[in-house]
Design a binder for this molecule. Structure first.
Ligand SMILES: [Cu+2]
Length: 292
């Protein structure tokens, strides 16, 4: 009697787990997606703005479909075995201990599945890792607690200190609170941007979901990553390494502008003379090293 209850409880638990998994995986696939900013109630990946994120999304989907198939198969197999080989229906159990065909199958099939996952994964890793034909370089330095950006190729552009807007300022600017900053880092569209990432004192991580990049900022080490944004706009991210008491309070704001506008911005020592705000900051910042 006790074993029967255990089996029923196990079966119910498995069915519930599978149902919640399917809901999470597939409602997520069809749900709201943000571009550069999280969508309300969305829990799928943000929409892609770079070739790396395109590939990353494909690999994510592939793996989701594969694991869904495996979960469904294992669930079906377990249900079949529980019913077909229960004590009542199968009073004399088989004493079989080996089955060559089965053993070969359950070795070969997982290997094939791993190969199917490994090929696009390795391609993606390579794409993320190899930085080709850098056109613009930015340096992101993690501080406690904000991000500081410099343009190593343009000494006329002063260091940009990117502090988060508080709740009232975000509301006034119509920007998302805890993502919006007072001074965004500015890059051109359709350009290979290399990002040098490091930190002053403890570990942070420079992460922009729509670009598909996440790079650790480690004191004493300069890590590098790259992105090529294929559209203009504002893209938000957050520090993604639990770095301390204000970890939540060091957002990342990347402003992608046209190449001409970027050239003007550089020529104007890091300020938008033609835009309404006259620079890249809603608070009159842009060259805000003094805030540090
Ligand atoms: Cu941090």
């Amino acid at each position: 009697m006790r074993s029967k209850n255990t089996i029923i409880a196990l079966a119910v638990a498995i069915v519930l787990a599978v149902i919640s998994y399917v809901i999470l995986a597939f409602v997520g696939l069809s749900g709201e997606r943000g571009m550069g900013v999280p969508a309300d109630n969305g829990f799928y990946l943000q929409d892609s703005a770079t070739p790396v994120m395109d590939d990353l999304t494909k690999v994510y989907n592939l793996v989701t479909y594969i694991i869904s198939g495996i979960v469904a198969f294992v669930l079906g197999l377990m249900a079949y075995i529980m019913i077909r080989y229960r004590e009542k229906a199968n009073p004399v159990p088989s004493k079989t201990s080996h089955h060559v065909g089965l053993e070969v199958a359950w070795t070969i099939i997982p290997v094939l599945i791993l190969i199917v996952i490994a090929i696009p994964s390795m391609n993606l890793l390579y794409k993320q890792d190899v930085i080709k034909d850098t056109e613009v370089t930015i340096k992101a330095v993690g501080n406690t607690w904000n991000w500081a950006y410099t343009y190593p190729d343009h000494e006329n552009v002063e260091e940009i200190i990117s502090n988060p807007l508080d709740e009232t300022q975000s509301k006034e600017a119509g920007k998302p609170y805890l993502l919006a900053t007072d001074a965004a880092v500015v890059v051109p569209v359709d350009t290979n941007v290399k990002v040098l990432v490091t930190s002053i004192n403890n570990m942070h991580s420079w992460t922009v979901p729509s670009f598909g990049i996440k790079m650790d900022a480690v004191p004493g080490i300069i890590n590098e990553t790259w992105f090529r944004a294929n559209r203009e706009g504002t893209f938000y991210g957050q520090c993604s390494e639990i770095c301390g008491i204000k970890h939540y309070y060091m957002p990342i704001e990347v402003k992608v502008v046209s190449k001409a506008e970027y050239a003007r911005w550089i020529a104007n020592d890091g300020s938008f003379t033609t835009s309404v705000a006259n620079n890249n900051s809603i608070l009159g910042g842009g060259k805000t090293a003094a805030q540090k």
